[in-house]
Write a new protein. Structure first.
Ligand SMILES: C[S@@+](CC[C@H](N)C(=O)[O-])C[C@H]1O[C@@H](n2cnc3c(N)ncnc32)[C@H](O)[C@@H]1O
Length: 208
């Protein structure tokens, strides 16, 4: 089966992007999957950051275990992913656990919740999107959250051109998640390493 060139990403075609992501599931080319909870999730959970969450959105959820983990903590979860394999996986995981959740095979740039929520958990969804749509995505996260709601962001650090995953420099993140609209915590930020030198910086942003 021929594979597309993943560095040649159309700037204005998120749905072509989506076809590409489904192809990765079809090809079992899913090296981003950790096979367990992200260390940043565990860190935030141990610190009690998830204790009071009633409603959480997990955009670009893939087949990650975090949506179900949020549900086990008592939150109502909306898990989004436009790759049918990912949405089907999450539906089955919630059904097996007997937990009611909203799983939508939807584009994160177009989807809206019924009501603003307490938290958004972004685990490498941003870096999966072409940087040309990043501001639109940041605006979506802002619109999804209640005032005082929190965005648990894992900003991918590759130090390289191209993607996905796209390097997400903190300078650009500050522009997109403007301190006039978001409260930024002080550094240092939690670091979650990947194989091959990439790592994510875990930053909890509070929506003003
Ligand atoms: C790098 S994977 C991360 C998956 C998951 N969060 C994890 O940690 O395993 C990125 C995911 O985002 C999804 N995705 C990419 N662009 C999307 C979009 N515009 N709308 C919805 N899902 C998208 C892909 O299908 C893929 O499952």
């Amino acid at each position: 089966m021929s594979k597309k060139n993943h560095t040649d990403t159309p700037a204005n075609a998120p749905f072509e992007h989506g076809a590409d992501w489904q192809q990765r599931y079809d090809d079992a080319s899913t090296r981003w999957e950790r096979g367990g909870l992200n260390p940043a999730f565990v860190h935030w959970d141990n610190g009690g950051q998830f204790n009071t969450l009633k409603r959480v959105i997990v955009p670009g959820c893939g087949r990650s275990p975090e949506p179900l983990a949020f549900a086990h903590k008592g939150a109502h979860v909306a898990a989004l992913d436009f790759a049918p394999t990912a949405a089907a996986f999450q539906r089955e995981a919630f059904a097996k656990a007997g937990i009611d959740a909203k799983v939508d095979a939807a584009d994160v740039l177009k989807w809206t919740p019924e009501a603003p929520v307490d938290a958004v958990y972004d685990q490498t969804c941003l870096c999966a999107l072409t940087p040309a749509v990043w501001q639109d995505y940041a605006d979506q996260i802002h619109a999804w959250l209640k005032p005082g709601g929190r965005a648990f962001m894992l900003f991918m650090q590759t130090g390289k051109e191209g993607g996905p995953p796209f390097h997400s420099p903190l300078e650009r993140m500050h522009e997109m998640f403007d301190p006039a609209r978001w409260v930024w915590p002080d550094e240092p930020y939690f670091r979650a390493d990947h194989d091959g030198g990439k790592f994510e910086l875990g930053v909890v942003l509070t929506r003003r």
